[in-house]
Design a protein around this ligand. Sequence first.
Ligand SMILES: Nc1ncnc2c1ncn2[C@@H]1O[C@H](COP(=O)(O)OP(=O)(O)OP(=O)(O)O)[C@@H](O)[C@H]1O
Length: 324
Amino acid sequence: MPQHPPCLSLRQVRYAVGSSQRSAGVKEILRGVDFTARSGEVTVLLGPNGAGKTTALGAAQGLLRPSQGTVQLLGQNPYRAGAALRARVGVMLQDGGLPQSQQPGVLLRHVARLHQNPWPVDDLMERLDMGDFMTTSIRRLSGGQKQRVALAASLIGRPEVVFLDEPSAGLDPQSRQMVFDLIQHLRRLGLGIVLTTHLLEEAQKLADSVFILKDGLVVRHGTVSELTGDADAAATDGAAPARRLVFVAPRTLTRVELESAPLALELDGSADNEPGARWAASGISTPADLSALTTWWEQIRLMPGEVSFEARTLEDVFWEVSTS
Ligand SMILES: Nc1ncnc2c1ncn2[C@@H]1O[C@H](COP(=O)(O)OP(=O)(O)OP(=O)(O)O)[C@@H](O)[C@H]1O
């Protein structure tokens, strides 16, 4: 399948603060970041607190000037570009960036008038179910309502690229689904969507491509399947990164039985080794590992109930990266 064209690229971007003259010295926040986002795709930037996500997005939007490296946003250097480029880019401001005394309807109609071909306010209002609070001042809105106003404001100018910072933080499941649907719609329209989130389940569902940042460097990137190992498994002879298998033991396992297990076993959410306890076997990456486990069940005459195989998730990958 042909790849979509890049709408944003960071190449070996470094960003340092401080001065060698000061006692604190120079602190390098970005240490050579490579990042690409494509039109018609959702690109998710993940990373633990302090990894450098906000700084990288600041460089991507032209708010910061990298100490080294290049940034191209819609083919231009965003730090040098003027209003014409800014009109083609949407940025979702966090709550603090919204004018608190305004009503959402007044704000969105005002912003719409600043653009040549704005997204119809009524359509956005409907897609984000904002009808009930369009005439309430922003100050009085709930956190989730403010989130939706901020999202609508970032889209009203029909940008080609949109930066969404935690777009569904604090939303109830119904509102979150609306935001999901809107993001899918934006993707179909061909926008480049750059998203940061701490909700890894959301990232897993939405992302075409994921970049994980740690200590100012991209430590992993790829599609969700590539990162969780599904793609490897399909491409090779079935070997994949280690997974977990959870089973319910209908009886207590003896110490001797546990010691003879071919793989590391641990209780999974059950407090005691008693009938009905859930056990997890980790480190399963080949059919031979599975076979060793079933052979062991046969040897100890155990017929487990509820066997389930847990696929690796983006959350597993994130934890591996964060704790390594
Ligand atoms: N101007 C600055 N001066 C000194 N340190 C800074 C500056 N800007 C950022 N930092 C530090 O750089 C690191 C990366 O910050 P950044 O805000 O980019 O991280 P983040 O990944 O967005 O974190 P979070 O998930 O907590 O928002 C942090 O340790 C932060 O304290």
